[in-house]
Structure formats: structure tokens, C-alpha cells
Design a protein around this ligand. Structure first.
Ligand code: SAM
Length: 283
């Protein structure tokens, strides 16, 4: 790009940003769908996997789901009788392996802003685990549901106070503006039973990570965006990163305890094998 004249760079950028939010996410989903086609055709158990063109959650659906479950078991100490809340459950990538790990005395509630993703969960996972519940909340998100009717900061999680023993959000807080992060942490606190656990994946900035990002050493390329960083200032919710100090004070402000921040593979010097960083919280 650096060799191109300014007018050409502006034109390319304008063309990239001309389609509606979410367009390039779907294009990337289409690329993944085509790549996974041979595996789907070979393996009948994969034929019902959701199409990423329709609701793109990234990664390999099966591999990422199982990997997320391992982290929920290791760092969230998942028990078969847990009452679990899956914040932004998408098309059930993590729900499938959870359906095997949670016993009949466990409970699962998932919610998402995408009606299509929740329809998939109801149609495919519902018959396997009729005790699992899925909710579509028409929450506005710049990338995933730009025309939603509910403001993100007005969202009420679909569960009663103190009713959840383990809440988690995988690859959701990376798509939230800061006021929503603060509000969602308060909601996590509200729904968690005393001593309940919460796991949240995020891109967490430290002074060192900011330097690595500015040198292009992070796997997710980030640019400054106000106090935060994003992969694309035009569509910031594509991937948002916030300072660790900010997370710490918001978590404490919500009345939660931050037990650990684990560094993911997206940045140099990871401390656990997950893609994004992991915040381990307790109510
Ligand atoms: C990258 S996907 C991850 C989905 C799922 N957690 C997983 O790991 O497969 C991000 C998800 O967050 C959902 N989402 C976006 N904004 C949200 C919000 N404000 N509240 C709840 N979910 C949201 C999207 O619809 C999408 O399903």
C-alpha cells in the first residue's frame, strides 16, 4: 500500500468501507465455508454445522468449540451440575461440547443478538438438549446487529439475580464498546450466585502490548481508537482492545474479583493456549 498514490489509497479504503457493516465478515465466512466443504462432505456428522456466511463466528466450528470447553473446565472449574450462562452464544459452537459435559441436573442459558444464530441453536441443539434454553435479544451491535432495537447498555441478561454459577463470554467482549463492557460486567455480577465464576475473553492492552501492536507484532492488527485500540476505526466493533487497568477498575466497580488475566496467542509471550486473552472472575 505504501507505494500507492494517496488518491488510490483513499479510493481503496472507500470501496472497502462502502458495503454495510458485517459484509466483509460474511465474505470471510464464505471463504471458510468453501474451505470446510470437503470435510463436511466426508464427515456426515459435520453436515449440520452452521454456515459461516450466515453467522460468522470465526475459527473452526468444532475445534474451537472443544478448545473453549477445555478452558471453561480448566479455568472455570466447570461442574456437571453448574447453572451456566453463555453470553453471546452465537450458533452454539461452545454449546455442543457443553451439552455433553453438563449433566441432567445442570442448566444452560444462552443468548445472542443474532436471530439466525439462535434459530440454528433451537433447531439443531434443542432436540439433543431440550432442557437448554436459548434467547434472541434484539440488541443493537455495530457489526452483528446494527438495526437492533435494544441499546446494548440497556440489556438485561435473561436470568434472575444470583441464579448462575458459571457465566462465560467467548469472543464477545472483543465486539463491545466500552459502556457495554461496563454494563455487561454489572449484569454478570447481578446474575452470579455468591462465589460463582465468570470467564471473559478479550484483547487486553498493557503498555508492552501497545508497543507490540504499533510494531505490527500482534496477530490482530490494531490501531489507536480514542483510549482504546481497534482493528478498524471505521467499524470499531470488528475487534476492540482495552487497557488492563481499565478492565481492573470496571471489574472491581462491578463488585467482581479478578483472579487472573491470561495472555492469549494473539500477542507475543502468551501464558495460555487460547486465541484471545482470558479474564478469570469470581462473584
Ligand atoms: C465471534 S462470535 C462468538 C460466538 C460464540 N460466543 C462462540 O464462541 O462461538 C461473537 C458473538 O457475539 C454476539 N454479540 C455481538 N454483540 C453482542 C451483545 N451486545 N450481546 C450479546 N452478544 C453479542 C454476536 O452475535 C456473535 O454471535
Amino acid at each position: 500500500m505504501s507505494g500507492r498514490p494517496d488518491w488510490l489509497r483513499t479510493l481503496v479504503r472507500a470501496a472497502y468501507h462502502a458495503p454495510p457493516a458485517g459484509f466483509w465478515r460474511s465474505v470471510d465466512g464464505l471463504r471458510r465455508d468453501l474451505a470446510s466443504l470437503p470435510a463436511r462432505l466426508r464427515d456426515p456428522s459435520r453436515r449440520a454445522d452452521p454456515w459461516e456466511t450466515i453467522h460468522h463466528v470465526g475459527g473452526d466450528y468444532r475445534v474451537t468449540g472443544r478448545e473453549s470447553l477445555r478452558f471453561i473446565q480448566t479455568y472455570g472449574e466447570l461442574r456437571p451440575d453448574d447453572r451456566v450462562l453463555d453470553i453471546g452464544c452465537g450458533n452454539g459452537r461452545v454449546t455442543w461440547p457443553l451439552a455433553e459435559a453438563l449433566g441432567s441436573n445442570g442448566r444452560y442459558i444462552g443468548f445472542d443478538v443474532s436471530a439466525g444464530a439462535i434459530r440454528y441453536c433451537l433447531r439443531r441443539i434443542g432436540p439433543v438438549r431440550p432442557d437448554f434454553t436459548f434467547h434472541h435479544l434484539d440488541i443493537r451491535n455495530g457489526i452483528y446487529n446494527p438495526r437492533g432495537r435494544i441499546g446494548e447498555s440497556e440489556t438485561r441478561f435473561p436470568c434472575a439475580d444470583g441464579s448462575i454459577t458459571l457465566a462465560f463470554a467467548t469472543s464477545v467482549f472483543t465486539h463491545l464498546p466500552w459502556p457495554t463492557v461496563v454494563h455487561y460486567l454489572a449484569e454478570v455480577r447481578r446474575v452470579l450466585a455468591p462465589g460463582g465464576r465468570a470467564l471473559i475473553t478479550a484483547f487486553v492492552l498493557t503498555p508492552e502490548v501497545r508497543v507490540w501492536a504499533s510494531q505490527g507484532l500482534t496477530k490482530v492488527p490494531l490501531k489507536p481508537y480514542g483510549d482504546a485500540m481497534t482493528s478498524d476505526p471505521h467499524w470499531p466493533e470488528n475487534a476492540m482492545a482495552y487497557d488492563e487497568a481499565r478492565f481492573q477498575s470496571a471489574i472491581a466497580g462491578a463488585g467482581l474479583t479478578l483472579e487472573a488475566v491470561l495472555a492469549g496467542l494473539w500477542r507475543p509471550e502468551p501464558t495460555y493456549p487460547g486465541g484471545q486473552d482470558l479474564l478469570v472472575l469470581r462473584g
